[in-house]
Design a protein around this ligand. Structure first.
Ligand code: DSN
Length: 437
C-alpha cells in the first residue's frame, strides 16, 4: 500500500483525524515557511518515522561501558534487539562522522537517544555537573535558549545560572564574556543560540573555558547542519560536548543528539538513560540514521550552502527596502528584523502585529525579542530564516519577491489579500510532498 492509500485507510476509520491531517497538509502547501527552526523533513526520514521500529522497546544501549570503554556486549534490558542495535550504531557512527573533525572520529562518542534538544542539554548538565554548580550561558533576550540558564528553566533552578549578553554592536563580545567568566568561575560555559545571525567563534569560547577551568558545551541546534557541512565553523575540536536538535537545518525527525569527547561518553549515556529517559524512540533513531546519511552527501552540502546564500540575498533585499536587521545582516540561515528602526519605525507595527499580518498573507515566521526590548512579552522584532524555502528549491528570484511582499504587507495592510493570492501562486510551483493525495 503506498502512502496515499494508507492515508485513505486511516481516514476511513477516523475521518475526524483524517480531516485535520488534510487541512494541515493543505495549510502547509499554501504558506511560505520562514520559521528558521522548521524545515521539510527529508522524505526517506519521514518514511522511517512511520516504520515498525516505533513499536520496539529498547531501554539501554547496543553496548556496555566497562571501565570507561564501550564493549560490544548486550546493554539492553529487553530481548529482540538484533536490528535496533544495528540501527542505533548506524545513527551513532554517522553522527560522529558528520560532526567530528576528519580523521579524529575515534575520539568522539554520540548519543542519539535524547527525545528533544532541551532533554539533550539537561542530560549534559546532569552528566557533568552537580546540582548548584555554576553555568554561564547566553541570555534568552539576546538570542540564547531557555535551557541555557533562563530563570523559568530547570537549568537555572537546579544550577546556579549566570547569563552573558551581546556587546554594543549586538555581536558576541568575547572580551566581556571572558571577564564575566573570570568573575563567575562557572563549571560549564554554554555557547550557541536560537536567534543569533552571526558566526560563533567556538575557539574563542574554548579559550575562555580553558582559562577558567570550565567545560564547554556548544548547543548548535540551529546551525548543526551548517557546521557538519562545513558552511559554519565546527565546534569540534574546541568544545567538550555538542548538542543539537535534529529537525532544523539538518532536515531530520524531531529529536535531540549529543556528541562528546569519547571519555565523557559513559557519563553522558548514563545521564540520558537511565538518568532522564526510558525507552528510546527507535523509529526516530532510524529516521535520524538515514537523515545523517543524506547530511554526509554532496547534495546536502550544496543545500547547506544554498541556505546561507539565500539568507544573505534575502537580508540584502530586505535592507534595500529600508528594513533594519539586527547586526545589519546574517552569516547563517536566519535574520532578525528590528521594527523599531528603519522603514517600520513610525508605523506602530510591533512583532506580534507584523507576524499576524504576514500570516494572513500566507507568510509564516515568528515574533521575536530583539536586544534592547523592554517588554519581552511584547517583542518589537520578527525572526525568519531560509532552511525550509531552500529545501523546496527556492533561490535568488524568490528572495527578491519575498522582500517585496514584506515591504507591501508592512506599509499597506490592505495588500494582504493580494499578497496571499501571489504567495499561493508561488507555492503551487514549489509543491510540498503530499501524503493525503
Ligand atoms: N523552538 C526553537 C526555535 O524556534 O529556535 C528553539 O527551541
Amino acid at each position: 500500500m503506498d502512502i496515499t492509500e494508507r492515508f485513505k485507510a486511516l481516514n476511513e476509520v477516523d475521518s475526524e483525524l483524517g480531516s485535520l491531517l488534510k487541512q494541515e497538509e493543505a495549510r502547509q502547501s499554501r504558506v511560505i515557511r520562514l520559521i528558521p527552526s522548521e524545515n521539510y523533513i527529508y522524505e526517506p526520514a519521514r518514511l522511517a518515522l512511520g516504520s515498525c521500529f516505533g513499536e520496539k522497546y529498547s531501554e539501554g544501549y547496543p553496548h556496555k561501558w566497562v571501565k570507561g570503554e564501550r564493549k560490544h556486549a548486550n546493554g539492553r534490558y529487553y530481548q529482540g534487539q538484533e536490528f535496533t542495535n544495528a540501527v542505533e550504531c548506524l545513527a551513532r557512527d554517522r553522527a560522529v562522522k558528520f560532526f567530528a573533525p576528519k580523521g579524529m572520529e575515534e575520539n568522539y562518542h554520540a548519543n542519539v537517544q535524547p527525545l528533544a534538544g532541551a532533554n539533550a542539554n539537561l542530560a549534559v548538565y546532569s552528566a557533568l555537573l552537580n546540582p548548584g554548580d555554576r553555568i554561564l550561558g547566553m541570555s534568552l533576550a539576546h538570542g540564547g535558549h531557555l535551557t541555557h540558564g533562563h530563570k523559568v528553566s530547570v537549568s537555572s533552578i537546579f544550577f546556579e545560572a549566570h547569563q552573558y549578553t551581546l556587546g554594543e554592536n549586538l555581536r558576541l563580545d568575547y572580551d566581556a564574556i571572558r571577564k564575566q567568566a573570570i568573575e563567575v568561575q562557572p563549571k560549564m560555559i554554554v555557547c550557541g543560540a536560537s536567534a543569533y545571525p552571526r558566526t560563533i567563534d567556538f575557539e574563542a569560547f574554548a579559550s575562555i573555558a580553558k582559562e577558567v577551568g570550565a567545560l564547554l558545551l556548544a548547543d548548535i541546534a540551529h546551525i548543526s547542519g551548517l557546521c557538519g557541512a562545513g558552511v559554519h565553523p565546527n565546534p569540534f575540536p574546541h568544545a567538550d560536548v555538542v548538542t543539537t536538535t535534529t529537525h532544523k537545518v539538518l532536515r531530520g525527525p524531531r529529536g535531540g543528539l549529543i556528541v562528546c569527547r569519547r571519555e565523557l561518553g559513559a557519563d553522558i549515556d548514563r545521564a540520558v538513560f537511565p538518568g532522564l529517559q526510558g525507552g528510546p524512540h527507535m523509529n526516530k533513531i532510524a529516521s535520524l540514521a538515514t537523515t545523517l546519511k543524506y547530511a554526509l552527501s554532496d547534495e546536502y552540502t550544496q543545500y547547506a550552502k544554498n541556505v546561507v546564500e539565500n539568507a544573505s540575498l534575502l537580508s540584502e533585499a530586505l535592507q534595500q527596502r529600508g528594513f533594519v536587521l539586527v547586526t545589519g545582516g546574517t552569516d547563517n540561515h536566519l535574520m532578525l528584523i528590528d521594527l523599531k528602526e528603519g522603514s517600520a519605525k513610525d508605523l506602530d507595527v510591533d512583532g506580534t502585529i507584523y507576524a499576524e499580518r504576514l500570516e494572513a498573507a500566507g507568510i509564516v515566521l515568528n515574533k521575536n525579542a530583539v536586544p534592547g526590548d523592554a517588554k519581552p512579552w511584547k517583542p518589537t522584532g520578527v525572526r525568519l530564516g531560509t532552511p525550509a524555502i531552500t529545501a523546496l528549491g527556492m533561490g535568488p528570484a524568490e528572495m527578491d519577491t519575498l522582500a517585496d511582499w514584506f515591504e507591501r504587507v508592512l506599509k499597506d495592510e490592505g495588500s494582504v489579500t493580494v499578497v496571499k493570492a501571489e504567495v499561493e501562486e508561488l507555492m503551487a510551483r514549489f509543491a510540498i510532498p503530499s501524503w493525503v493525495g
